[in-house]
Design a protein around this ligand. Structure first.
Ligand SMILES: CC(C)(COP(=O)(O)OP(=O)(O)OC[C@H]1O[C@@H](n2cnc3c(N)ncnc32)[C@H](O)[C@@H]1OP(=O)(O)O)[C@@H](O)C(=O)NCCC(=O)NCCS
Length: 140
């Protein structure tokens, strides 16, 4: 968390207090976190959390996908996402399905990695338009 919070905060929260970059489950150590380091510095991250809907149905939510701005569009985020999904798929105890709330700008990125959109886009106030996407496999 010491390394992931500053990256998440800068990329996904526009800076501010690091606590704002905490996601549900982090405090309890419940997420599975993946990172890419360059020169000892964390430059990309993504986290997977087992979650339950209101009616108790379990699934795995992918959250906190971020690459440092100066290193984007070089394949780092995509490679990290692939590794995280491969590991998740290989687990006997993987809780399916795997899904995420994708920022609209990132929808093509997730589509290229085997996610499909569900329903209509919606707005997280203060963050912008999102689309729920589910992993169906078949990364391009
Ligand atoms: C989405 C993100 C993690 C991709 O990381 P990356 O290391 O650039 O990934 P790759 O190089 O493997 O893939 C590049 C693709 O990312 C997407 N992308 C590029 N810039 C982006 C941005 N600012 N925001 C969202 N997606 C972006 C594009 O689909 C791009 O492909 P394109 O060049 O064909 O348009 C990174 O752009 C990012 O951190 N964006 C801001 C935070 C964000 O939107 N995270 C996802 C939250 S759901």
């Amino acid at each position: 968390m010491d390394e992931i919070l500053p990256l998440r905060s800068a990329v996904l929260r526009g800076g501010g207090p690091l606590e704002r970059a905490l996601l549900p489950g982090d405090a309890e150590g419940l997420g599975v976190h993946w990172g890419t380091w360059l020169g000892g510095l964390l430059v990309a991250c993504v986290s997977l959390y087992e979650v339950a809907s209101g009616d108790g149905v379990k699934s795995t939510q992918l959250r906190g996908m971020a690459t440092a701005p100066e290193l984007r569009n070089q394949g780092l985020g995509g490679a990290l996402l692939s590794v995280a999904i491969e590991d998740w798929e290989a687990r006997d105890d993987a809780v399916r399905p795997l899904w995420c709330n994708a920022r609209i700008r990132a929808v093509p990125f997730y589509e290229r990695h085997g996610f499909v959109g569900e329903g209509e886009p919606f707005v997280f106030p203060g963050v912008g338009e999102h689309l729920r996407m589910t992993y169906v496999g078949g990364s391009l």
